[in-house]
Design a protein around this ligand. Sequence first.
Ligand code: MRU
Length: 368
Amino acid sequence: MNVNGHPYRTIWLKPGDDHIVQVINQVKLPHIFEINDLASVEDVCRAIRDMTVRGAGLIGASAAYGMYLASLESSETGFQDTLRRAGNALKATRPTAANLAWAVDRMLGVIGAVESHSERCSVARQEAIAIADEDADYCRRIGVHAMPVISAISARKPGQTVNILTHCNAGWLAFVDMGSATAPIYAAHDAGIPVHVWVDETRPRNQGASLTAWELSQHGVPHTLIADNAGGHLMQHGLVDMVITGADRVTRNGDVANKIGTYLKALAAHDNRIPMYVALPSSTFDFALRDGVANIPIEERDGAEVRYMTGLTESGDIASVRICPQATPARNWGFDVTPARLITQLICERGLCDATENGILSLFPERR
Ligand code: MRU
């Protein structure tokens, strides 16, 4: 996607020095566009943990590049231990997004048995690039598959705008390019279908306000920022035609873990008979799990993220302010689980399917 007219992905190897991975620092957006160098597995772990990089697809791609850096750090002997330790460290950074362990295991499967150091590094480099390219391509395909859904809604209200509500950031910043929830929006907008996006601010870290609003602006997609709790009201008044969110982990029967608050949007959409779509690449499925509420690990983050808000001051500095009494404690769950029954359909790189085991396996028969 473009930033100030220049094409960017969210992660790449530094031109002229492919021992360095470069990423956009998402903690500083939308106020500062900064590119960070990651030179070690520890750098990658820190970037995932502090959310310099975030979003399921990008966490996976970052872990893949982290394993490439681990292969550079490995020696001829004992390299399997080095890779295993790196994989464990990366997997421990954040618990909910399925893409993280998926990417580490895929890298280990490809490079774990390569004896020669130089061959191992070259294979790891190729595989990390392949994972990143695949992520971008899968998001593009999600957009292609979902376009007919948006154009059908548009056809039912000729001359009017299709209003789409999204939560958090499942945009290109959360992946390598395009995004999952946003790929259909970009595809429809580029095809000339009038779309408008209601952007949930997404407390506590405000990925909607800071990231989704920023990337939609960069692409010229009409959008409006709303408070997290506004969605139900808009739905009751006919101002939302569809909801599209991303996902961090989806069970084999279609339960969806996504940013905290998604469940409430799904309940409101269900009550108002508004279609609720969840877009994801196959790397987000966890085919080993059936009961999302019981079994998906939900990250609990520092309560300080709830107690404080960060933004740009009038003088142009980025600052944090406390929004509650000094002694008030806070709890901060990062994700919730939307039961499959509340989801109209899943949108994957292979097409659309019902959020049921049969529906999902019809697209992924090799998982039967
Ligand atoms: O905590 P984050 O920002 O890494 O959370 C991930 C998300 O942005 C959302 O849950 C998103 O909708 C799914 S990630 C593609």
